[in-house]
Design a protein around this ligand. Sequence first.
Ligand SMILES: NC(=O)c1ccc[n+]([C@@H]2O[C@H](COP(=O)([O-])OP(=O)(O)OC[C@H]3O[C@@H](n4cnc5c(N)ncnc54)[C@H](O)[C@@H]3O)[C@@H](O)[C@H]2O)c1
Ligand SMILES: O=C(O)[C@H]1O[C@H](OP(=O)(O)OP(=O)(O)OC[C@H]2O[C@@H](n3ccc(=O)[nH]c3=O)[C@H](O)[C@@H]2O)[C@H](O)[C@@H](O)[C@@H]1O
Length: 349
Amino acid sequence: MASNGELHTRTKPPPTPSPLRFSKFFQSNMRILVTGGAGFIGSHLVDKLMENKKNEVIVVDNYFTGSKDNLSRWIGHPRFELIRHDVTEPLLVEVDQIYHLACPASPIFYKYNPVKTIKTNVIGTLNMLGLAKRVGARILFTSTSEVYGDPLVHPQPESYWGNVNPIEDFFIAGVRSCYDEGKRVAETLMFDYHRQHGIEIRVARIFNTYGPRMNIDDGRVVSNFIAQALRGEPLTIQKPGSQTRSFCYVSDLVDGLVRLMEGDNTGPINLGNPGEFTVLELADTVKELINPQVVIKTVENTPDDPRQRKPDITKAKELLGWEPKVKLRDGLSLMEEDFRARLCISKKK
Ligand SMILES: NC(=O)c1ccc[n+]([C@@H]2O[C@H](COP(=O)([O-])OP(=O)(O)OC[C@H]3O[C@@H](n4cnc5c(N)ncnc54)[C@H](O)[C@@H]3O)[C@@H](O)[C@H]2O)c1
Ligand SMILES: O=C(O)[C@H]1O[C@H](OP(=O)(O)OP(=O)(O)OC[C@H]2O[C@@H](n3ccc(=O)[nH]c3=O)[C@H](O)[C@@H]2O)[C@H](O)[C@@H](O)[C@@H]1O
């Protein structure tokens, strides 16, 4: 991880891109690989990339938490390809850019098979870096605010080294570390490939992002509360309820990812919405917006749950000219529409 938040500059020139990239005779489209592109953020990123007619997009996904439904509008499109593939296996494709997102993100899914989560982050990232090196592609990695663990510095700047419990032991907890430490090693690999091999890298540290297409039973707090409010089930607040998160709407996040890829800075750069809410405040807002009759229930929490989280986005503002635009209430309403459609629950007139 960066020791002082300074941006790294590469020490070697990047590998040469394919000759076809600059050919006058072949199509000169940008070929972009999105790993994890059938997932929540990945599919929104694909939508954004496909808007540009010069882009060809290849998605690879193993469908562990993603779905073809998220990409249904692009299947069969001449500039789009979808490949069932697990990133822990090597991949040979010819591309110019790689957005490397593949990894389960919801705690219930990444804790389900922790060894696989580590392999996805470490071996999967090694494979994608090897690919980037072979074809001279620029690669962006979606890291996470979880590299800061249960942070002792608030809000979190990129220079903060974090407070992660690395012990993968049921009795001492540390059960989140397959994800947190996996992402930390993946960041290290990104910077080592950059320094050692001159690969062009970009590292985004994403903070809690929400929006349409999240899995309905995803387990993350925003999707849980919205689905519970719509079904008339109690909103489950994990104790104590005073823990905070900062929620970023997915279109803002995708805009930040593309700016990072297209810009000159390696990162790591925080991408998130600095608006900070307690989980209780989130539940009250969802209740008020979607179902004022619903009750709020307190339940046990999971081990090592971070007590506070808020991004310092000074760097993203200065270096990418980026800041989020969508307010929580507006984003929740957009997500409500999507969840209503998928759960077939119409709004009462
Ligand atoms: N959503 C957030 O709040 C958030 C926050 C921080 C970081 N991130 C990161 O952003 C990325 C996308 O997150 P998301 O919220 O869209 O999650 P998601 O679970 O919806 O998407 C992840 C996608 O990766 C695929 N995948 C998982 N393991 C794979 C493997 N071994 N090979 C190929 N495909 C695999 C899944 O099937 C899924 O389509 C992840 O890397 C996540 O760590 C997300
Ligand atoms: O942004 C990040 O960096 C990380 O954020 C989330 O991890 P987490 O913040 O634990 O996300 P949630 O599972 O949505 O939990 C948020 C808070 O809500 C609470 N919660 C969750 C679910 C629920 O039903 N009720 C509830 O109170 C949790 O205890 C926690 O305090 C994501 O799931 C990670 O993939 C991501 O990398």
